[in-house]
Design a protein. Sequence first.
Length: 218
Amino acid sequence: MKRELHQLAQQHEQINETFLVVRGERHDFLKHVSAIHFMLENDETPKAKAYLDDLVDGYERTNLAIKGERGSVAGVLHQMYRRASSSGVSIVYDLDVPLSTLPISDHDLVTLLGNLLSNSIDATIEWQDKYKEQGLITLQFYKRSGLYILLAKNHSLAIPTNILDKLFHTYGRTTKTGEHHGIGTKMINNIVEKNNGYLDFTYKKEEFSVKIKLPALQ
């Protein structure tokens, strides 16, 4: 119950944060236009272009996280994107259709995405710390032949075989070191099974991938 309440509080905070980001971008839009106009009037075209490129990049990051998504889903996607970016991790959302189209409850969807992305970020940060290179996370979502397919990939350090064998089936199994309890992976599998889905995962050449298939109709 405490974990459920904590997750609900996090979801509320994520939605509020996303709303404030979008509101702030809209509020400042005319200021940015005025700044670019001033640069162009003063023949500072290269400077204006650089300013515009940076502005568009910021808008695209926000848009990728919220486009077509319900508030709760947009909140967790945006929050995870910011968390990854602040740690130097490159994160890519490649979504053919909004994740909100999945025929499962908002609560299950937020829990699924939150744990999946949080695990990916933690593992990738550990990989970055060892190799001193930028890690990558990709989240793909598409629909094929009556199935929704969610595919997450991330850099990861070596995972012992005894951990891999029971990773998504028992509590206390985790791919990460330090203060992690292995609860998230079991919760992911519980949600997939609850919604008549199928989960598969692989680890190869320091890349961990999870593929989840869920029926388009429940």
